[in-house]
Ligand binder design. Structure first.
Ligand code: KIV
Length: 266
């Protein structure tokens, strides 16, 4: 089926960098939220493996499975008509060899309406990225803080190894990635990587010098309780809005103020 004229595509994503236009991305995990985000005109929606924490309540991104990612990506894909939808390859779906990575990413593209996959890695995943790209599967790489390696990294820390990060981003581009997420790295280094690459960089905790920005939607909407990373800006306080609405409903039910004749059939 041909793309709708307004649909974001991989070439348009790259063209935005060339034109100096900033790219906005957010995460979504279900139909309702994906539709709301898409209607705003954001360029990209990520079905992130952050779902493991945000939706499933796990302490990190490791437990979410490929089947679960596909189940949610299908809901998101059904709602989105404009944005480029990227789906995270969960741990360890791309660590089992190039053939298996193509098999797993192929399932994501075949079973959802999503257009691309994201995987954590740079130099170490260059062979896998190249294999996926040669199979016609667009890949967004993810360098810097790689949450799937939280145990190896010893926590969610700012990544400062300049030589490694420059090499990782360059290797991802060389292997054919169409964009790279830069997570939790110092702003000057992210700007340096961004200047070095032809493909767009999408920052999260990487400063304003990136070609685009991504946040976890629950963080942006003020839905996250407990620890919120310093790089998050909450643009709403939905936790309080929801608590207030539900409390008023509860009180109305208890005092028989709901339903009124307006909500009742005769
Ligand atoms: O899973 C996710 O939500 C992500 C973003 C934070 C980049 O990878």
């Amino acid at each position: 089926m041909p793309n709708e004229p307004s649909q974001m595509t991989i070439p348009k994503f790259r063209a935005m960098k060339a034109a100096g236009q900033k790219i906005t991305m957010l995460t979504a995990y279900d139909y309702t939220m994906a539709g709301l985000l898409d209607a705003t005109g954001v360029e990209g929606i990520l079905v992130g493996d952050s779902m493991s924490m945000v939706v499933q309540g796990h302490p990190n991104t490791l437990p979410v499975t490929l089947d679960e990612m596909i189940y949610h990506a299908e809901m998101v894909g059904r709602a989105v008509h404009h944005a480029l939808v990227v789906v995270d390859m969960p741990f360890p779906s791309f660590h089992l060899g190039v053939w298996k990575a193509i098999d797993n990413a192929g399932r994501i593209l075949k079973e959802t309406r999503c257009q691309a996959v994201k995987l954590e890695g740079g130099t170490d995943q260059a062979e896998v990225i190249a294999g996926l790209v040669s199979a016609g599967i667009p890949v967004m790489a993810h360098c810097g803080l790689r949450p799937q390696s939280v145990h190896q990294l010893g926590g969610y820390k700012v990544q400062r190894d300049e030589d490694k990060l420059l090499a990782d981003a360059a290797a991802a581009e060389q292997a054919g990635a169409f964009a790279v997420v830069l997570e939790c790295i110092p702003a000057p280094l992210a700007a340096k990587i961004t200047a070095q690459l032809q493909i767009p960089t999408i920052g999260i905790g990487a400063g304003g010098g990136c070609d685009g920005q991504i946040l976890v939607t629950n963080d942006l909407l003020g839905l996250t309780s407990g620890y919120v990373p310093r790089f998050v800006k909450a643009y709403a306080d939905l936790q309080h809005t929801i608590t207030d609405a539900v409390t008023r409903f509860r009180d109305d039910v208890r005092s028989s103020k709901f339903p009124t004749p307006e909500q009742t059939f005769k």
